[in-house]
Design a protein around this ligand. Structure first.
Ligand code: PLP
Length: 394
């Protein structure tokens, strides 16, 4: 059975060109980039080349890019790093209710250490109001952290407007761009960003490599101490092959970004129109237009997202109910509930995310299978909607 992969927001396959670029650094060019000899210098050159390729994509100087082990580490580094470095200046951090757990749990941790955290709410589309961020800023605020686009519902945040506010008020601005780096244009100066997190495995690079952009002159401490790698900002021998792959993926993304976004926007439109037009009691989650080109997220009343996933999987279609990290949990998505979606409806959610290798055939297969599966599950569902709301048959 041909499998249809509709979970590109969870992770992406690695491009053949990326594998080819990485390959020599596992054997012929295996030197440690900190070694002085020529084999070490081959590794060093590869790391610096990748730094340049990544910097070019977000229009910053290569020295501002610090390689990390993943996007989660980059988020932790930005938030804890600023909080710990600036303790005497303040103790307040602002973020939103729909961030990835890498940000939310880091902020919760800081709360347990005595920091004060404001979780700014979002509207029904998952959009943050920059005015709310402005209102939340106090004399004690050190950092505002807002994601570029949400990993579950795809809503793209008004980053430039928030960046203007943080600049005017002299507060640091961190952006989790894990879902947008390589997919949407980013200019850190134009957007007013001081720290930006990205992860290679979301743009057809390998897993286990991320990066943090750090605006020059920022006050931030390291998370890892040991060697002097990454100018003392992140100790530990560099993952040379992985970093090389990340750089190559960034270079290809620069060339292909627009073409891919246009194709995916077409597929997204087709999928949304088809499903919303054929399946009753269905809701599109996230902003109807201001959303990632590859993201579709529905809620189907009366049924559970997990059941839909299992039936889709049996037909070879791989999708998700929310973020990959929380998909094993039966708790409804914190993103959907923060958007005001009732718990029952949040439980009936399904995320379909497309990418470079998605074809028209794949979309056709989903729009054929999904209505059939939803109808079958609804026939078996103990949940019915009555005029007064939801009831459960005993
Ligand atoms: N932030 C966002 C928005 C994400 O979607 C993810 C991964 O799904 C992460 C952070 C964590 O990235 P990584 O898997 O590289 O740790």
């Amino acid at each position: 059975m041909k499998r249809v992969y509709m979970d590109y927001a969870a992770t992406t396959p690695v491009m053949p060109e990326v594998i080819e670029a990485m390959e020599p650094y596992f054997h012929d060019k295996f030197g440690n980039p900190s070694s002085i000899h020529s084999m070490g210098q081959e590794g060093r050159d590869a790391v610096e080349k990748a730094r340049g390729q990544i910097a070019f994509l977000i229009r910053c100087q290569p020295e501002s890019v610090v390689f990390t082990g993943c996007g989660t580490e980059a988020d932790n580094h930005a938030i804890k790093g600023v909080a710990f470095a600036n303790r005497e200046k303040g103790n307040h951090i602002i973020t939103t209710t729909i961030e990835h757990h890498a940000v939310i749990y880091t902020c919760e941790f800081l709360k347990s250490m005595g920091f004060d955290v404001t979780f700014v709410p979002v509207d029904k589309y998952g959009m943050v109001d920059p005015g709310d961020i402005k209102k939340a800023i106090t004399k004690k605020t050190l950092l505002v952290s807002v994601m570029h686009a949400n990993n579950e519902v795809g809503t793209i945040q008004p980053i430039e407007e928030i960046g203007k506010i943080t600049r005017e008020t002299g507060v640091y601005f961190h952006v989790d761009a894990v879902q947008t780096f390589g997919h949407l244009p980013i200019d850190v100066d134009k957007l007013g960003i001081d720290f930006l997190s990205a992860s290679a495995h979301k743009l057809y690079g390998p897993k286990g490599v991320g990066m943090l952009y750090i605006r020059p002159g920022s006050s931030i401490v390291s998370l890892l101490h040991g060697g002097e790698q990454e100018e003392g900002r992140r100790a530990g021998t560099e993952n040379v092959a992985g970093i090389t792959g990340f750089g190559k993926a960034a270079e290809i993304a620069r060339q292909d970004m627009q073409k891919e976004a246009d194709a995916l926007t077409g597929y997204r439109k087709k999928m949304i129109e088809s499903i919303m037009g054929t399946v009753s009691d269905t809701y599109l989650n996230g902003h109807p237009q201001i959303r990632l080109p590859n993201n579709v997220n529905f809620s189907f009343d009366f049924i559970e997202g997990e059941s839909i996933l299992m039936y889709l999987d049996a037909e070879g279609i791989c999708a998700s109910t929310g973020s990959a990290c929380s998909s094993a949990s039966s708790e409804p998505s914190h993103v959907l509930t923060a958007m005001g979606i009732p718990v029952e409806r949040a439980r009936g959610s399904l995320r379909l995310t497309m990418g470079r290798w998605t074809a028209q055939d794949d979309v056709d297969k989903v729009v054929e299978a999904l209505p059939r599966i939803v109808a079958k599950l609804r026939e078996m569902s103990p949940l019915v909607k009555e005029k007064c709301g939801w009831i459960k048959y005993l």
